[in-house]
Each structure stands twice: as structure tokens, then as C-alpha cells.
Design a binder for this molecule. Structure first.
Ligand code: ZN
Length: 304
């Protein structure tokens, strides 16, 4: 299975952010990326029925779209991926692998589980991109990534709710730790001009990022490892549920020598607990990924 994904790593890497881009052209895409659990009371994961039809019955479809459909989006894309494996449709397998991977990763980010998704309710605006983009940009090259083998997931919807509930538990820490830091960190050192592409923008300073990252005590790394293990487990389970089709027949185009060497390098790095650096999009003339701020939901909520 891993050789299939290695052969198509360029596609997966480039399309892992497609669902976020799609939000700008398709407003129905927006609620798929979050689930505002705190809208549903003190114990949302007790009160929210897991099955979509039961949830609709209890809360109405409009309410669910308004406060996000992330766990059901994972379930939906999971079964599309199973279908794609069953029909041995390479482009559909890659498309749904990338989309499913994106949503599973979203479910591992605490701020995708709260109404206060960008700290806007507690005067912590900007915390979404800080946690989700700026900290990983600065520190993820030092993380340890080896997570062991993917696991078979008995119930993909149940697992999606487990991930969401687990992330939701960390929402308070993400916000509280930043508020505590702000009490002791010199306010005039919090922001600085940072180079983004060719532009200088005012953003959190490197010293501030380091202090917040330290205060989070490894949380970003833990959530990234959780995401990695779960993306792999969802892909693996979909392949098993599809009857374990022979993917060697699907690898298209065949790996070139350069690709094979690159795949071997990545495999060695992975065994050592690291990941290969992302390709330099600027150098290969590919469109740049969206600026990190664009990845936060502040870019647009569904208009009521
Ligand atoms: Zn997303």
C-alpha cells in the first residue's frame, strides 16, 4: 500500500490543501472543516447523536451546517474512498485520499472544534494561524514522526467523533496557555515584521512563537502525530473494506529512478522519525500554497 502512495506523493502533497482552497469557490465546502462542539452544550459528545439522520432529527440540518459537519464529512469521504478502491479508479482513490486526509487532520486541530475558532471571543484573534501554521512552520522539522503501523478502524464515524472529542478537550489549554503567556511576555516583543514570500508582514515574533510552543509542552507535535497515524489508518481501513485490491496494478505512472530514490530517502527518514521537507513550490514554478492566515476559518463562515 505504501508504494502506491509513495508513487503518488506529489499528487497527495499538492492536493492535501485542495479542500481549503475549495472553500473560496464553493460555500458548501466551508462547514465541512469544523464542528463547533461547544454550541451543543456542556457535554456535546454525549448529546450529539453520531448518525447523521439522528443528528438532523434532533438539531435540524440548518443547525448542523451552521455549526459544522466535520465528523460526518470524514465518514462521507471514507466511503467514497472505499468505493474508489473497489472500482480501482486511481484518480478517485487519490482525490478522496487527499480530501479524507485533510479532514482527518482538521479533526486533530483543537481550534476546529470550537465557536471561538480564532480566539475572537476572548480577544485572542490570530491564534488559529499561530497554532496551526506558524508553530508547525517553525518547529515541525524537529518533530518525531514515526507512529508505527496504521490500525484498522472498526467504525470510521465513531473514530471521527473520538478524534473530535479528543481535540475538543484541548481547546481550553490552547487558549488559556496563550492568555497566561500574554501576562508575562513583553507586549512590545509580541509582533515583528516577518518575511512571507516576498512580502514583509506584521506577525507573531519568533521569540513569541518559541515561548508559546514551549508552554504548549509538545501539544502541536502530539496532534500532528495523531493526525499522521489516523490518516494512514483511514486509508488502510478503506483499502481493507474494499477487499484489499492489488494496488501494484494501479501505480501509474511507473516510478522513475529519481522517484524511486526519493521514495527510498523518504522511507529512511520516516524510519528515523522525520519527514522529508516539502518541495520548494517557488522553485518549481508551481502555484504557491495559500498564505497561512487563509487556512483559518476567519476567511469566511457561511452567511446565514
Ligand atoms: Zn480544512
Amino acid at each position: 500500500m505504501s508504494s502506491f502512495y509513495q508513487a503518488n506523493i506529489t499528487y497527495i502533497t499538492e492536493h492535501a490543501i485542495s479542500p481549503d482552497r475549495r472553500r473560496y469557490v464553493d460555500s458548501t465546502e466551508i462547514p465541512r472543516h469544523y464542528f463547533d462542539a461547544d454550541h451543543f452544550g456542556k457535554a456535546p459528545f454525549h448529546t450529539m447523536p453520531q448518525k447523521w439522520n439522528d443528528a438532523v432529527q434532533k438539531y435540524t440540518v440548518d443547525t448542523l451546517y451552521k455549526y459544522g459537519t466535520l465528523p460526518w464529512t470524514i465518514q462521507h469521504n471514507y466511503y467514497r474512498l472505499v468505493d474508489a478502491f473497489k472500482s480501482k479508479d486511481t484518480s478517485a482513490i487519490l482525490h478522496y485520499s487527499a480530501y479524507l486526509g485533510h479532514y482527518v487532520a482538521d479533526a486533530c486541530v483543537p481550534l476546529h472544534l470550537t465557536l471561538n475558532h480564532d480566539g475572537q471571543l476572548t480577544h485572542q484573534d490570530g491564534i488559529h494561524a499561530l497554532w496551526e501554521s506558524r508553530l508547525p512552520e517553525q518547529f515541525s522539522s524537529k518533530y518525531y514522526y514515526y507512529t508505527g503501523n496504521a490500525k484498522y478502524l472498526e467504525n470510521p464515524l465513531w473514530q471521527a467523533f473520538i478524534l473530535c472529542r479528543n481535540s475538543f478537550k484541548s481547546v481550553d489549554s490552547v487558549l488559556r496557555i496563550q492568555r497566561q503567556l500574554d501576562k508575562v511576555f513583553p507586549a512590545d516583543k509580541k509582533y515583528e515584521m516577518v518575511l512571507r514570500g516576498k512580502r514583509q508582514v506584521n506577525d507573531y515574533s519568533a521569540a513569541y512563537c518559541k515561548a508559546y510552543h514551549q508552554a504548549l509542552k509538545g501539544m502541536v507535535q502530539r496532534r500532528m502525530r495523531l493526525a499522521l497515524l489516523n490518516v494512514g489508518s483511514y486509508w488502510y481501513s478503506a483499502w481493507v473494506d474494499a477487499g484489499q485490491p492489488d494496488l501494484n496494478k494501479l501505480i501509474d505512472p511507473a516510478l522513475s529512478l529519481v522517484d524511486k530514490q526519493q521514495a527510498a530517502r523518504e522511507a529512511a527518514l520516516y524510519r528515523a522519525g522525520q519527514i522529508a521537507p516539502l518541495p520548494d513550490y517557488g522553485k518549481v514554478n508551481k502555484p504557491l500554497p495559500p498564505a497561512p492566515q487563509d487556512l483559518s476559518r476567519s476567511a469566511g463562515k457561511p452567511t446565514p
